[in-house]
Design a protein around this ligand. Structure first.
Ligand code: FES
Length: 389
């Protein structure tokens, strides 16, 4: 190292102390190699790429929902923040695929993760989990991931969680976190479902709200049976204005099916809530991309295209199916986690042809420039050739 460089490094805060510590450790006979091994081990413990899980218990909550209580097979479960998810890998009759599921248990509970699964109309993985997975089965997942979680530095102490359907899973985790850690936070949960029989964790959430002044719960049913006596109807700005005191002063978490999130966000913005105070958990690829702005005219969702994976082969796919799903069905894997266009793990390079990227697809500017797409939310609207690196 030249003298000029050495002087420049010494101007860095902490450099001189670090250099002195290194000299001291070397004088004591340490070459720091034991420290080198500790860092990756700690990272792997806190942020493992893969977790081996076993189904320890299955809790049946509603006719369309089960909660899988998962324990670790061979390592301790890493800590997580309420609102995070794991991506659960499955092999369904030879098809390797995965789906992200929010952890619905408390972050204070270190012995298991609860994963709450609701049957999705036309679903593939949800049907497999609900119909075929048993206590004792082993599954693999990623470690906890995602940015949809409370941050005490930025989010204040007045939170409102608008949950639709299985979107109650992260809301339950957040409520339990607040209670278990005695956090000085007021959490208002507004929970919407189509039918009264769909309400997940009903007894537990009602009981938490009864016993804790800082947890408030409102249930709303959009398609009530005759005689239903609770609140009914879709969320509207007027309804939210009735329910939420001083709505502009709160921090919002939205989690539900895409139409629920879009409506809830529009309602909040209609009440003057700044976009920066609203966090939305994207819930998978859009179910009807053909109905979205920007979808090419004259192309139906069942339009057939050919996908060519450079140097590896071709297969037929449908324009309305996310590219990642058809890749997996045809034996071409791509790393993935969020399956909602956010994490970038499923990036593949588009060599030729055209895909529809919905707004949820957060492709970086530089990626867009060089043709990278997020396969989990890319819809091939013409014959395409891609490169899986
Ligand atoms: S899996 Fe996260 S962007 Fe596709």
């Amino acid at each position: 190292m030249s003298d000029t460089h050495r002087t420049a490094f010494r101007n860095i805060v902490g450099y001189v102390e670090a250099e002195a510590l290194k000299r001291q450790l070397e004088a004591e006979g340490s070459d720091l190699s034991e420290e080198k091994g500790r860092v990756p081990a700690t990272i792997n413990r806190l942020h493992p790429k893969r977790l081996k899980l076993r189904v320890n218990q299955i809790l049946e909550d509603t006719p369309t929902t089960k909660t899988f209580r998962m324990v670790a097979e061979d390592q301790e479960l890493p800590p997580f923040q309420a609102g995070q998810y794991v991506n659960l890998f499955v092999n369904i009759d030879g098809v390797e695929t995965a789906r992200p599921y929010a952890i619905s248990s408390s972050p204070a509970e270190r012995n298991f993760y609860d994963l709450t699964v609701k049957r999705a109309a036309g679903g593939f993985v949800s049907h497999f989990l609900l119909d075929r997975v048993q206590v004792g089965d082993r599954l693999t997942s990623t470690g906890p991931m995602g940015t949809f979680h409370y941050n005490p530095l930025f989010h204040g102490q007045e939170l409102v969680f608008l949950a639709g359907g299985s979107g109650i899973a992260p809301a339950r985790s957040l409520a339990l976190d607040i209670i278990d850690h005695a956090r000085p936070i007021h959490l208002q949960i507004i929970y919407s479902n189509s039918y009264a029989s769909d309400v997940i964790f009903q007894e537990q959430m009602r009981s938490l709200a009864r016993r804790h002044d800082n947890i408030e719960l409102t249930e709303i049913i959009t398609r009530p049976d005759p005689g239903y006596s609770g609140l009914t109807g879709r969320l509207t700005p007027e309804r939210l204005a009735e329910l939420i005191d001083q709505p502009k002063n709160k921090r919002y978490f939205l989690c539900g099916p895409t139409p629920f999130n879009e409506n809830a966000q529009a309602c909040l913005e209609g009440l003057g809530v700044p976009r920066s105070q609203i966090m939305v958990e994207v819930n998978g690829p859009p179910k009807h991309p053909e109905a979205m702005a920007g979808w090419p005219e004259g192309i139906s969702s069942d339009h057939q295209v050919t996908v060519t994976v450079r140097g590896q082969g071709s297969f037929n796919a449908l324009a309305g199916e996310p590219l990642l799903n058809s890749l997996e069905r045809n034996g071409f894997g791509a790393e993935n986690a969020c399956r909602s266009g956010e994490c970038s793990l499923c990036r593949v390079k588009l060599i030729s042809g055209e895909v529809f990227n919905p707004p949820a697809s957060r492709i970086r500017k530089s990626d867009r420039k060089f043709g990278w797409i997020h396969a989990c939310v890319a819809f091939p609207v013409s014959d395409i050739e891609i490169d899986i690196m």
